[in-house]
Design a protein around this ligand. Structure first.
Ligand SMILES: C[S@@+](CC[C@H](N)C(=O)[O-])C[C@H]1O[C@@H](n2cnc3c(N)ncnc32)[C@H](O)[C@@H]1O
Length: 198
């Protein structure tokens, strides 16, 4: 099924970019930090995949990390740039980023929108250096809040695909990551570490 807003629901995000940061609560950077802690290398360069207006990047910048935002929505990226973040237009499934060039990547509240999440996981595994981590913050589709969110996104017309944390761990492992659940609950965090080659 395809979204009424096009692949990745991007037309929706282009339209609401001006209001996005007003409508959304700040990103939970404490949860991202818990995921980044599983890295087996120093974290300097971080990619904020499908990072939109840079909501997560803003929080990480306060911790001394200033990620590069990658997103396909020109409207969302314009907001990220206006807020002072480095931002590159690109598809999470075909990242315009060199192999082994970042220490970590994060994807916050966005994996479920991607038209080809498997490609995004493969691309993350390609660009993250050995020992680095991919931190995924997502929503659990089960439980009262999860079922309400799944229903609400369908009503809006999104083409969302949600995973349980266990399903996401299995998918990350299939993409070559060492995966584990960092935080359970409605807003869960799963981390995948790129194995060291030695
Ligand atoms: C709900 S927003 C989340 C933005 C940001 N991560 C945050 O937490 O505020 C989902 C984002 O996914 C982006 N997106 C959708 N499909 C994409 C794709 N194929 N590649 C990169 N970004 C994509 C949208 O443009 C949008 O900015």
């Amino acid at each position: 099924m395809s979204s009424r807003f096009g692949p990745g629901d991007v037309r929706f995000f282009d339209r609401i970019a001006r209001f996005y940061d007003v409508a959304m609560p700040p990103a939970r950077v404490d949860r991202l930090r818990d995921g980044l802690a599983f890295a087996d290398r120093q974290i300097d360069r971080v990619l904020d995949v499908a990072g939109g207006t840079g909501r997560a990047s803003r929080g990480l910048a306060r911790e001394g990390i200033d990620p590069i935002v990658v997103d396909v929505s020109a409207g969302m990226l314009a907001r990220a740039r206006a807020a002072g973040h480095a931002a590159v237009r690109g598809d999470a499934g075909d990242l315009p980023i060199a192999t082994d060039s970042v220490d970590a990547a994060v994807i916050v509240d966005a994996l479920h929108h991607l038209p080809d999440p498997a490609a995004a996981l493969e691309e993350a595994a390609r660009v993250i250096r050995p020992g680095g981590v991919f931190v995924v913050q997502e929503f659990h589709p089960r439980g009262v809040r999860g079922r309400a969110l799944v229903a609400a996104e369908a009503v809006v017309g999104f083409d969302s695909t949600f995973w349980t944390p266990e399903e996401l761990c299995t998918t990350l492992s299939g993409a070559g990551f060492e995966a584990r659940i960092v935080r359970e609950g409605f807003g869960y965090v799963v981390v995948g570490r790129v194995p060291r080659r030695d």
